[in-house]
Design a protein around this ligand. Structure first.
Ligand code: HEM
Length: 514
């Protein structure tokens, strides 16, 4: 009995030692992989993903990525098979339309389960054919010409917001939270003509925002080791067991899909009772398109609508926070913007609710939005892509096929050759003073909405929301910083969320007509 136990223990020990040796040998072999071994970068980064984890874990990856590029140059090895690039010339090569650099397995952490099967979205898919087929039926719904159909939904939420701020004038409020409630209610309203009720209830209804926070912090960590996902949140069997034991992790993606299913049912019932006529939300337009051009599968319908909520809420909230934060912290820009809005108002160029068309004619406002997104892009992680199988020459280096390469908006947006010596300053004027050539270069290096074939499809919706909301607020309200901390706090977990945006509003005196 004792001999057999000793024997088993020795076997186990040999096995552990063998695994450790194998792991070390693999790490050393990948560390000195031909094609990557001569690239500069932190020494430890080449052996395991732990170095990248250390860069993102504290939520300050923009600072970390800027630091390593300052230290090691425009091409830096940040992992065993991972290369970060800060050279503007490389952007069209990696992301341009027609490029065959595909999204990496990082994106697998964003794939929800639907009816027990993983369901890739327009955003997460790595398959170009699936992407093309999924995008075709919805592209027009995101077009600039279609934006006017969504205006009413944004206006309803803006009215609620401004009325509440009038009531709360003089008291410090968590503006960051309010902007998130606003963005959530607007996108839900645009998507299926129903607000979640954040603005009315003044709270994180059903803990949706908190749960999303959990999901993105999971993505932040596991996204560095995507191979682990299938054993964790990507493992349906494990999730089912945990759910039965009532200890499962929050699953906001599942919740959005459930809400979406309910909304589709509600719409179809309304249509039968014909009370749904006149609806212009995304769902209604998708159903109308279906009637004209042929059926969209129920799965694709759920996929698109659920994805709108996921992709279009946090991003817009973060961008709105950035706009107001930089305006408050830059009084000259605040004053110039308010003058532009007041002048347009006085000249009768603004409707009761500023329209999308009107906001596009306010040049300083457009420059403010772009500059805020340059300083603080909503997505602050590297946009990872795989080098095609045949390999590629990047920044003069031959990089093997399958290498994970990326450019990072917070890094490229600080490039002084592109944005000027004051690139680290919030200065909206740079977008207005630039020559046509300089503007073209700045636009080509503006990555807040991604780039090329996988660029953000919801960009017009976000410009609609922000472009209407900001002038409407500043027309009626003064806003000032009211936190005892001089700065906000930020956490980059794919999205670059901010907290601590505490402000006070004051009513400017003009009455708002209905
Ligand atoms: C200011 C607000 C927004 C920002 C900063 C933003 C940012 C981005 C970025 C950086 C990407 C590219 C990601 C990558 O390459 O991996 C992207 C893609 C995407 N965004 Fe947005 N987004 C915003 C608003 C929206 C809205 C409102 C929607 C939908 C209603 C949306 C839907 C999408 C979708 C579906 C994709 C994937 C597109 C594709 O791969 O074809 N976004 N977004």
């Amino acid at each position: 009995m004792t001999i057999s136990m000793d024997h088993n223990l020795s076997l186990l020990l040999y096995l552990v030692i063998a695994l450790v040796v194998l792991g070390l040998a693999t790490s050393i072999r990948t560390g000195f992989k031909p094609g990557l071994r001569n690239l500069p970068g932190p020494f430890l980064a080449r052996f395991s993903g732990l170095y990248r984890l250390s860069m993102v874990y504290g939520g300050q990856s923009p600072v970390e990525y800027r630091r390593i590029h300052e230290k090691y140059g425009r091409i830096v090895r940040v992992g065993p098979s991972h290369v970060s690039i800060s050279d503007p010339a490389v952007i069209p090569q990696i992301y341009g339309i027609g490029s065959n650099y595909l999204k990496t397995d990082f994106y697998v952490v964003f794939v929800p389960y639907y009816k027990d099967q993983p369901m890739d979205s327009l955003f997460s898919t790595r398959d170009p054919t699936y992407h093309k087929n999924l995008k075709r039926p919805v592209a027009q719904l995101f077009s600039m010409t279609n934006m006017k159909t969504y205006e009413i939904y944004a206006d309803e939420c803006t009215k609620i917001f401004i009325d509440r701020m009038r009531e709360l004038a003089g008291s410090p409020i968590d503006f960051g939270a309010w902007l998130q409630w606003y963005a959530f209610d607007v996108i839900a309203s645009i998507t299926f003509q129903r607000r979640f009720g954040f603005l009315e209830q003044r709270r994180d209804v059903d803990h949706m925002i908190g749960d999303l926070d959990f999901a993105f912090n999971y993505a932040k960590v596991i996204g560095q080791f995507p191979g682990l996902h299938k054993y964790l949140v990507g493992n349906k069997t494990l999730l089912n067991i945990l759910a039965r034991l009532k200890v499962g992790p929050p699953d906001p993606l599942k919740r959005f899909l459930k809400i979406t299913e309910e909304e589709i049912k509600r719409y179809d019932q309304e249509q039968k009772g014909s009370s749904g006529h006149g609806r212009m939300d995304f769902l209604a337009q998708l159903r109308a398109k279906e009637a004209k051009d042929g059926q969209i599968s129920h799965r694709d319908m759920v996929n698109h609508l659920g994805n709108n909520i996921l992709a279009g809420s946090d991003t817009t909230a973060i961008s709105l926070r950035a706009v107001f934060y930089y305006l408050i912290k830059t009084p000259s820009a605040y004053k110039t913007l308010v003058s532009e809005i007041d002048e347009a108002d006085k000249n009768g160029q603004l409707s009761v609710f500023v329209t999308y068309e009107e906001c596009l004619k306010l040049p300083y406002l457009q420059a403010v939005m772009k500059e805020a997104l340059r300083m603080h892009p909503g997505v602050a992680f590297p946009l990872e892509r795989f080098v095609p199988a045949e390999g590629a020459t990047i920044c003069g280096q031959v990089i093997p096929g399958g290498t994970n390469v990326s450019v990072n908006a917070p890094v490229i947006h600080m490039n002084k050759d592109v944005f000027g010596d004051d690139a680290d300053q919030f200065r909206p004027e740079r977008w207005l003073e630039a020559s046509p050539g300089e503007l073209k270069t700045m636009d080509r290096n503006f990555l807040a909405f991604g780039y090329g074939s996988r660029t953000c499809i919801g960009k017009n919706i976000s410009i609609l929301e922000m472009g209407k909301f900001i002038p409407q607020v500043l027309r009626y309200l003064d806003v000032q910083w009211a936190s005892s901390d001089p700065e906000w706090k930020t956490n980059a977990a794919w999205f670059w969320r901010q907290t601590g945006v505490i402000v006070k509003f004051a009513w400017r005196g003009k009455e708002m007509s209905d």
